[in-house]
Design a binder for this molecule. Sequence first.
Ligand code: NAD
Ligand code: 89V
Length: 343
Amino acid sequence: MAELRGALIGCGFFAVNQMHGWALAQGAGIVAICDRDPQRLAIVGDQFGISRRYTDAAAMFADGGFDFVDIATTVQSHRALVEMAAAHKVPAICQKPFAPSLADAKAMVAVTNAAGIALMIHENFRWQTPIQAVRKVLDSGAIGTPFWGRFSFRSGFDVFAAQPYLGEAPRFIIEDLGIHTLDIARYILGDVHSLTARTRRINPKIKGEDVATMLLDHDSGATSIVDVSYATRQETEPFPETLIELDGSEGTLRLTQGYALTVTNGDGTVTTDVSPALLPFASRPWHNIQESVLLIQQHWVDALKAGTETSTSGADNLKTFALVEAAYQSAASGQLVEIGTLL
Ligand code: NAD
Ligand code: 89V
């Protein structure tokens, strides 16, 4: 099959990683880019040698000539751009967070279903090499049936330097980062039927919460804790590592700082290095995230060619996004939230 032609909308901070990913992905390439900021358009267009450049997404869709669109803008524009893609019957990838609200996200799934086009949310954290390694251990049966888990991301890294908008939003860590951690919890322990959350703001310079602790009841019967913080200073800064603890009927698994995966069961204890690759365009400490960008984009190309549903399709990601909404509701009310009432 011929190389798939992609168009990318939003040439900001993170899109540079996506453009590098497209340059390395097999079977697809970017032929057109769009950003309403001409400066960003010029920087990314020149860096990646893209001559078709637009400041208006509607004009780019009208001209056409691409097989999919990669939406790398911030959340406010996601629904309008996905609706534009659906109107032109162009399969779409949309960055997380899915949408400003669960109602918007549901409408985006409905409009793409009605148009018969694929929608994938760029929820890349489950594609990280250490997270895939955890999944493989579970699938091998080495720890039996998991009954308890902890998914933890605690950092003091200054994320506001590269993404200043994160300090301005009334919702911060759950919507921006916890969304990834909640998705990993779903990916590893399965869907969730109820959630309880507590939040705090420690950094007085930002508007939203920067600490959250969530208790998840999974359909499988497992219980997990998802805890995230950007107010945690440690001797060795772990950004952007997600640390995982799983207890199972036959053993335990620990993914610890430095990408070490330790499995203990009746056969003893084995520790494996599950570090991500340092891709040619990548830089530490972001390389874990950067590699997962290439992996999710390759997954999109392969699925689009095969006509199969992606791992983080719109329909799948609604279930992660519902956990985000539930966490804010629970933190506000102090009560447990049943996920079924939201979906
Ligand atoms: P950014 O503000 O640096 O870039 C967004 C760009 O989109 C800007 O250049 C802006 O001009 C452009 N834009 C906005 N609306 C537009 C529209 N309607 N038409 C054309 N251009 C438009 O933001 P960022 O930090 O690159 O984040 C972008 C998205 O990526 C966010 O949703 C963020 O949450 C997500 N993100 C994901 C990861 C990840 O690992 N998956 C990491 C960082 C950021
Ligand atoms: O992955 C993200 O969405 C980023 C960061 C890791 C900084 O939270 O915004």
